[in-house]
Design a protein around this ligand. Structure first.
Ligand SMILES: NC(=O)c1ccc[n+]([C@@H]2O[C@H](COP(=O)([O-])OP(=O)(O)OC[C@H]3O[C@@H](n4cnc5c(N)ncnc54)[C@H](OP(=O)(O)O)[C@@H]3O)[C@@H](O)[C@H]2O)c1
Length: 327
């Protein structure tokens, strides 16, 4: 098969190699997917660059998410899956070296989900890390129906899915953004109120929007950078689920404020999030996708040979959705 790989950490153009590798064969409990699209997420570039940790395998095929057709199944997997259009996550995570920047991947059948009709492979490749993380953060402290949810970065890849899923789940949604374009996107995804976090006082605006009550739950893109503002937005006994913290990687947390206010602060990392929550996310995402209106933003499309350019675009920042490579 054609594949892209790296054998050392470094800049995309320096370490990503395009070449031929043997076609993988599905093992016990596995499916083989003929990949049509591979999603590039920020963490795929961190792992390649060595920002998260040094390379842990002799060779790594990057990119964790993807979509394609099941063309073979291993022992213990129903043959009914053969020919199904699927999306997948955790392709290059949890100890797995070979991700989705290739023509084929083999992985546990548990990690693939049937892609509903009308959702393209490129769109399917945006669901893994962004949509699964959004779901896991949104429901980290329980159901949100009838509750008010704050989504910071509500036009980002994860944040926009959090806005859409929260609305679908019956929550009132307040999103923060940094431009009018992003405000439009958040509103189109279902946000009931939008705050420009660079020009407005987020806590003051949230309190005004909620008549002084605060939000029940927050899905947080910058735990450290937004800590003071988000704590001031969440009501007593409320919760914050954070999936990133670029603004301050090791913030000082006012722990007694959390204790006295009965606040729950949860970190969410999709790759190792509890299995039951990830299964629930797969099921709910299917229900959401088939429920009608949804936006699955593909930020840009590249060929497999252009995987280095796809990584560079993600590293530049400012992508609007998920960057996709099409093997
Ligand atoms: N824990 C996990 O399992 C997990 C899963 C997925 C992603 N992540 C991480 O989450 C981060 C975002 O990923 P992504 O793919 O969603 O990126 P993205 O598409 O670039 O979206 C990030 C969004 O957050 C906004 N933003 C940045 N700082 C903000 C702040 N302080 N307050 C409010 N909004 C802010 C950005 O908008 P502006 O720049 O215009 O403000 C942008 O819209 C990355 O670091 C990624 O590695 C973690």
């Amino acid at each position: 098969m054609r594949a892209v790989w790296y054998e050392r950490n470094g800049a995309a153009r320096d370490v990503l190699v395009v070449g031929e590798m043997p076609d993988p064969e599905p093992g016990l409990g596995e499916v083989r997917v003929r990949l049509k699209a591979s999603g590039v997420n920020p963490a795929d570039t961190y792992w390649r660059a060595g920002t998260n940790a040094a390379i842990a395998h002799p060779r790594v095929i990057p990119n964790s998410d993807g979509a394609g057709l099941v063309d073979k199944v291993g022992p213990g997997v129903s043959a009914a899956l053969v020919g199904k259009r699927v999306w997948l996550y955790n392709g290059q995570r949890g100890g797995r070296a070979f991700g989705t920047a290739a023509e084929y991947i083999t992985l546990s059948a548990d990690l693939v989900t049937v892609l509903p009709d009308g959702v393209s492979f490129a769109e399917g490749a945006t669901l893994g890390i962004p949509c699964m993380t959004a779901h896991c953060c949104l429901l980290a402290a329980g159901p949100v129906q009838g509750r008010t949810v704050l989504v910071t970065g509500g036009a980002g890849a994860v944040g926009h899915y959090a806005v859409q899923l929260a609305k679908w789940a019956g929550a009132r949604v307040i999103a923060t953004v940094s431009s009018e374009d992003k405000a439009e996107k958040a509103r189109a995804g279902g946000a009931d109120a939008v705050i420009d976090y660079k020009r407005e006082d987020v806590a003051v605006r949230v309190m005004a929007i909620t008549d002084g009550a605060g939000v029940d739950h927050a899905v947080e893109v910058d735990a450290g950078g937004n800590l003071a503002a988000t704590l001031a937005c969440v009501r007593d006994n409320g919760s914050i689920a954070a999936y990133a913290s670029a603004g301050a990687r090791e913030p000082t947390v006012p722990i007694y404020a959390l204790i006295r206010r009965n606040l729950t602060f949860q970190g969410v990392y999709l790759a190792t999030h509890p299995h039951a929550a990830r299964k629930r996310a797969q099921t709910d995402i299917t229900a959401w996708l088939t429920s009608g209106r949804r936006m699955l933003p593909v930020a840009a499309r590249f060929t497999l040979e252009e995987t280095a350019a796809a990584h560079e675009l993600v590293e530049q920042g400012g992508k609007a959705g998920t960057v996709v490579v099409e093997p």
